[in-house]
Design a protein around this ligand. Structure first.
Ligand code: ADP
Ligand code: ZN
Length: 438
């Protein structure tokens, strides 16, 4: 047992499976009572012919209605509030790339619990109050900003709200402030490293960096390992979503064998996205989360659309909170090309095995002569564009490896470093230019 977090509810972190279930039984009942203050849930319960009294144990979660992003949009802005607006102290909103954005409300207690969650994770990966934490993720509505800020402060670290972008300034801060830990989206970390290289900065020699929290977007194990090697650090996967609070929902421990999802805060289900029935442990399905500690906006069986699977319910670290595999992506990230289902992360996994390649890539889908095609553009790690034979061989090897993985032959284009677009927030990996046939 390696759980020594003095301030961070070790009593919750180190619960046995039986204790987790007992706590969930109690908290689910409270949550359902709280939900009964929301007209949306009153209506849903009526339709299903159930009352709050029917929900006694965590098993009963299956009687409850699902909640979807569409429900949150339909009740925009305040329709899901379970408390009066005057009780709320913070509002976050998800990006709303399609349709109405969604609104998430927090009471002060919600914010406190959220900070505790993030603090727990940061402690879990070995950070301590004498660490210096630089948060290089977007602030504002994006929860990766304030979420990590309050969590890192709660843990007692000197916390630098560097925000995303301006890589030269980021690197200067790291060196001047003795930054030991950074949080950023993985695609931004690789960008930072490239700028370090251009500036002749060696993160091992010139910084005190030792821990990275990377998350908010899907990334492969291969990408993580690359980041660790480049930066000379340990990089831990961090999962969050605004609807559940933000970062802090799931985090890898030092074993790096999946993300512990905190079951004192959430009931975790993995369901078949078509039948909505639970799938057995080990099988991929859609992650469905029920909040257990939220006051302002409790959510029942929220369909995240993220696809993952249960890896285990125990861990050598001593924590018994369920371990989930890294996300494959959301069901809406899946590309269907000539009848084959493909996730961007499958492409990434293959590209990352070629040391000749840098980290940035872009997948473009087009329709040419009535056929759907995929082009994978990827940046070269170094310039050898004049060595045609080598380039051709590399191109052929990558194409073959991709074909083995996705069962289709993509067009591979090797491009010079710095050619493809970089975003400060979550990376855009796929551009779909296909004609849509009705
Ligand atoms: P938005 O919905 O505007 O993108 P969120 O920050 O709420 O804003 O995004 C949450 C989503 O981000 C998750 O549902 C998931 O798809 C993705 N995500 C977050 N963390 C990870 C992670 N560690 N690995 C893969 N995907 C992640
Ligand atoms: Zn663990």
């Amino acid at each position: 047992m390696n759980i020594d977090s003095p301030y961070l509810h070790p009593q919750y972190e180190a619960l046995s499976r039986e204790e987790i279930t007992k706590l969930q039984n109690e908290r689910l009942q409270e949550t359902v009572r709280q939900c009964m203050k929301v007209p949306f849930y009153q209506q849903k319960f009526k339709e299903l012919g159930i009352t709050a009294d029917d929900i006694k144990t965590v098993e009963d979660v299956r009687k409850l209605p699902f909640t979807t992003k569409t429900d949150l949009r339909d009740t925009y802005p305040f329709g899901m509030a379970a408390v009066e607006l005057k009780e709320c102290v913070r509002l976050h909103s998800s990006s709303g790339t399609t349709g109405n954005p969604t609104v998430i409300l927090h009471t002060q207690r919600d914010l406190d619990e959220w900070a505790n969650q993030v603090a727990r994770n940061l402690w879990m990966v070995g950070l301590r109050p004498n660490d210096v934490f630089q948060n290089s993720s977007g602030y504002g509505m994006f929860t990766g900003g304030l979420g990590f800020q309050y969590g890192a402060e709660r843990m007692g670290m000197l916390t630098v709200p560097a925000a995303a972008g301006n890589s030269l300034r980021q690197i200067k801060f790291m060196r001047d402030f003795g930054t030991t830990a950074v949080h950023a989206v993985p695609s931004y970390v690789t960008r930072l490293y490239e700028v370090m290289q251009e500036q002749g900065v060696d993160p091992r020699r010139d910084t005190k960096l030792r821990v990275l929290a990377i998350g908010a977007e899907p990334h492969s194990e291969e990408q993580r390992q690359r980041i660790e090697q480049m930066m000379g650090v340990k990089a831990y996967n961090s999962f969050g979503m605004s609807e559940m609070c933000g970062p802090g929902v799931g985090f890898e421990c030092q074993e790096q064998n999946g993300l512990h999802f905190w079951e004192d805060y959430y009931i975790v289900e993995i369901v078949d996205p078509d039948t909505l029935e639970p799938v057995p442990d080990g099988e991929i399905g859609e992650l469905v989360l029920t909040t257990l500690c939220r006051e302002a906006m409790p959510l029942l069986r929220y369909r995240t659309r993220d696809l993952t699977r249960v890896l285990g319910r125990t861990c050598p670290c001593g924590r018994n909170h369920v371990r989930l595999d890294r996300m494959r992506g959301r069901s809406d990230d899946m590309m269907v090309l000539r009848g084959v289902n493909i996730f961007p992360i499958q492409i990434e996994k293959i590209l990352m095995t070629f040391p000749e390649l840098a980290n940035n890539y872009l997948i473009t889908l087009t329709t040419d002569d009535d056929n759907d095609n995929m082009t994978v553009e990827v940046e070269l790690a170094e310039m050898f564009t004049d060595d045609y034979a080598r380039l051709q061989k590399l191109n052929k090897d990558i194409t073959r490896a991709l074909k083995d993985e996705i069962l289709l032959t993509p067009h591979v284009k090797l491009v010079a470093k710095g050619t493809l677009p970089v975003s400060e927030g979550k990376a855009v990996r796929v551009v779909d230019k296909r004609k849509v046939y009705q």
